[in-house]
Design a protein around this ligand. Structure first.
Ligand code: GTB
Length: 210
């Protein structure tokens, strides 16, 4: 039995970075898929700390909040930098990823038809900080921080892949980010996951918008 269980809706959403991390790190996990009908009954929601999914279990340890899950796995699997300084830099990067994910989520779930054009127009301003972060680390040839992969790389990669679906070509003006996406996506275990039905058959979001 794998120690990890992901309880979530049948979407990539806020769990795909965790799935990428686990797959790339050679870990196995169990999926507990919660349909909208199951969720609407309310029983599961009532047991969730913040009334939301994902819920993640590591053995008998129950976690909520997607970023806390990533950080937990980051600590446990050695994906949180080599020292406190790198860990702080990773926190800075991950908070930036979360800020953009929240904007993306608002567009997708609240304002897609009206807001997409403006969102795409402003996207270069949102992506630029990540190009800068990369440029500050070994000329952009490595990871977001340091010389080993971290939980933030999976989180950023997921968000960039989603944006490439929303706005194809959005990375063209960012050579380091473009190469980063290609480099990470071609890591053998990650590539196997990203090309598997487990990933490709799952919608990105819960409302059919992407
Ligand atoms: N800060 C939390 C985190 O990072 O984990 C945010 C979690 C969150 O927003 N959870 C949403 C949720 O539980 C699902 S992610 N919503 C149900 C509720 O609040 O009652 C977005 C999402 C929305 C809808 C679907 N869907 O319908 O399939 C899937 C995913």
């Amino acid at each position: 039995m794998p120690p990890y269980t992901i309880t979530y809706f049948p979407v990539r959403g806020r769990c795909e970075a965790t799935r990428m991390l686990l797959a790339d790190q050679g870990q196995t996990w169990k999926e507990e898929v919660v349909t909208k009908d199951m969720w609407m009954k309310g029983d599961l929601k009532a047991t969730c700390l913040y009334g939301q999914l994902p819920k993640f279990t590591d053995g008998d340890f129950i976690l909520y909040q997607s970023n806390a899950i990533l950080r937990h796995l980051g600590r446990q699997l050695g994906l949180y930098g080599k020292d406190n300084r790198e860990a702080a830099l990773l926190d800075i990067a991950n908070d930036g990823v979360e800020d953009l994910r929240l904007k993306y989520g608002r567009l997708i779930y609240q304002n897609y038809d009206q807001g997409k054009d403006d969102y795409v127009k402003d996207l270069p301003n949102q992506l630029k900080p990540f190009e800068s972060l990369l440029s500050q680390n070994q000329g952009g040839k490595a990871f977001i921080v340091g010389d080993q992969i971290s939980f933030v790389d999976y989180n950023l990669l997921d968000l960039l892949l989603n944006h490439q679906v929303l706005a194809p070509g959005c990375l063209d003006a960012f050579p380091l980010l473009s190469a980063y996406v290609a480099r990470l996506s071609s890591r053998p275990k990650l590539k196997a996951f990203l090309t598997s039905p487990q990933h490709t058959d799952l919608p990105i979001n819960g409302n059919g918008k992407q």
